[in-house]
Design a protein around this ligand. Structure first.
Ligand code: ZN
Ligand code: ZN
Length: 161
């Protein structure tokens, strides 16, 4: 797709990441908004940030539970908060969540490249796609607020196998 060539920066979400950096971003967000960074919020974020593949609220509830059970409903609430803080994305096609390691500009179009082999997700942003989407939406007078494109395929590593 020549459209993606010039302005696309792919960043691998599946690679090991600096979890402390993303935790620090939420600490800043909480301080700025006067809300609490509860142990539960921190724990969900840490588990998600350490995962190489997207996790559902049910997966997260299982992994976050320590001595006490955690319900998926509790996890959903935390995920909503983390999405608001800009550190988590929801993948609609998978009903699953991934941690986001970069700060997006307002209305920036996010392109998720989802590998159907290993489940890894790469995140890319593209101004070209953003322009095309806006134009297509404008035809019907539609205003996109959270433009997200999900593309299923095979990652570079899986193609080599
Ligand atoms: Zn992102
Ligand atoms: Zn793969």
């Amino acid at each position: 797709m020549p459209l993606m060539a010039e302005h696309t920066h792919a960043r691998v979400s599946g690679a090991p990441h600096d979890v402390t950096a993303i935790v620090a971003r939420v600490e800043r967000y909480c301080a700025e908004h006067g809300v609490a960074f509860t142990p539960m919020r921190r724990r969900v974020l840490e588990v998600l940030a350490a995962s190489v593949t997207p996790l559902s609220a049910y997966d997260l509830a299982e992994r976050v539970r320590q001595e006490k059970r955690v319900s998926p409903v509790q996890v959903y609430r935390v995920l909503e908060f983390l999405q608001g803080a800009g550190v988590v994305h929801r993948l609609a096609t998978k009903s699953a969540y991934i941690a986001c390691y970069h700060e997006h500009g307002p209305g920036e179009t996010t392109v998720f490249l989802v590998c159907s082999g290993c489940g890894a997700v790469e995140e890319a942003t593209s101004r070209a796609i953003q322009r095309v989407l806006k134009g297509a939406a404008a035809v019907s007078g539609f205003k996109p607020l959270h433009p997200v494109v999900e593309v299923e395929g095979e990652c570079a590593a899986c193609q080599r196998h």
